[in-house]
Design a protein around this ligand. Structure first.
Ligand SMILES: *Cc1c(COP(=O)(O)O)cnc(C)c1O
Length: 352
């Protein structure tokens, strides 16, 4: 090893899901939305004045912040935006998890959390989910340097009730609690209503799933003005211009079209509920998802082998192969047509 290498900040990176690009593939592996963004987004893109690219964008991202503040009935001082919620979460880890005490998160959860903790040298402890993959709220009632959990959780797809989530927040008022609501728009209950009551609560959401804009990279956080100020201090000490002019202009359009948002999320919820029945009929155990994906296992078929067989048929799902979940697959809810193709494949597979 070269001498300089001893000075390198070594990190174990997060492994994103594959982004294969095959002509007739059915892509159900990274929880993207199968429907296009709101029509206003396409219109804004077509009318976008390229001359505006000469100029730096507004560092405060005001147009997007204001649109979000209005949509979620909070003050603009309570909104922070970033380059996808991954960016927002990374900034939040850096800003708020600065204690000698370990932060807490579930043992089975978004696999980026331990990556940021390691990268920023934040001590952490994982809290086991119970046998049914549910969070046990009491396990978070102890001293810590902060708490983060997704609600609904990923990849389990299960929701922790609003009451239980609030109890975790209530027991942890000496540290920052981050609730990652990446999937909340698919029928779960948000804790956004609690940001007025708890000034240490940060709620993080994304445009990547329910607003069909994973490719644009927009995420946001809502919290007390003080939390948001600390978050902005960290942002401005990295990069003042995280949000491109395109992201700002198109993001606003996505927020304004409430009707389209309701319509597409409802479609996905309906397809998901149908999928629960169809997959159960094929012998799968399907967790009670409140997200745009399903976490499934089959008593007779090995998950890894099934994942490989699906891949050969150009149907991509996510296999983690991690402790406790090595027999599970995570399947994104696609269009009804895509799901029919999946059921057809699976009914042949489970017969043969
Ligand atoms: C998808 C996801 C994110 C990040 O999404 P972005 O595309 O970066 O906004 C964050 N948390 C969870 C739990 C997710 O599933």
């Amino acid at each position: 090893m070269s001498a300089w290498e001893t000075n390198v900040r070594r990190v174990t990176p997060y492994t994103p899901g594959d982004q294969p690009d095959r002509p007739k593939m059915i892509k159900l592996n990274t929880n993207e939305n199968p429907y296009p963004p709101a029509p206003g987004v396409e219109k804004a893109l077509k009318e976008f004045q390229t001359d505006r690219l000469r100029l730096y964008p507004d560092p405060a991202a005001s147009m997007l912040v204001n649109a979000l503040a209005e949509r979620y009935h909070v003050k603009k001082e309570q909104v922070f935006v970033g380059v996808g919620s991954d960016d927002v979460l990374a900034m939040a880890f850096l800003a708020f998890f600065h204690s000698q005490k370990p932060i807490l998160f579930p043992d089975i959860t978004y696999s980026f959390y331990p990556v940021w903790a390691e990268e920023f040298r934040i001590p952490y402890e994982t809290v086991p989910l119970d046998q049914e993959f549910r969070m046990v709220k009491e396990d978070y009632f102890r001293e810590n340097g902060g708490v983060i959990f997704p609600n609904p959780n990923a990849p389990t797809s299960l929701e922790l009730g609003h009451k239980e989530a609030e109890e975790i927040i209530r027991h942890n008022q000496d540290a920052v609690v981050i609730v990652d609501e990446a999937y909340v728009d698919f029928g779960a209950e948000s804790v956004l209503d609690l940001v007025e009551k708890y000034d240490n609560l940060l709620v993080v959401q994304t445009f990547s799933k329910s607003r069909s804009m994973a490719g644009m990279r927009i995420g946001f956080a809502v919290g007390s003005p003080l939390l948001i100020r600390y978050l902005n201090d960290v942002k401005y000490s990295f990069n003042s211009y995280t949000m491109s002019q395109a992201a700002l202009s198109l993001g606003v359009q996505a927020v304004l079209d409430e009707e389209y948002f309701q319509e597409t999320t409802k479609k996905i919820i309906n397809t998901r509920e149908q999928a629960k029945k169809r997959l159960a009929e094929l012998g799968f155990t399907v967790l009670d998802s409140k997200t745009n994906f399903l976490f499934i296992t089959h008593p007779k078929y090995d998950a890894k082998e099934l994942y490989e067989a699906l891949k050969k048929a150009d149907i991509y799902v996510r296999y983690f192969g991690a402790l406790r979940i090595s027999q599970y697959l995570r399947v994104t809810v696609g269009t009804d047509e895509q799901m029919e193709a999946l059921y057809t494949f699976l009914s042949r597979y489970t017969e043969g």
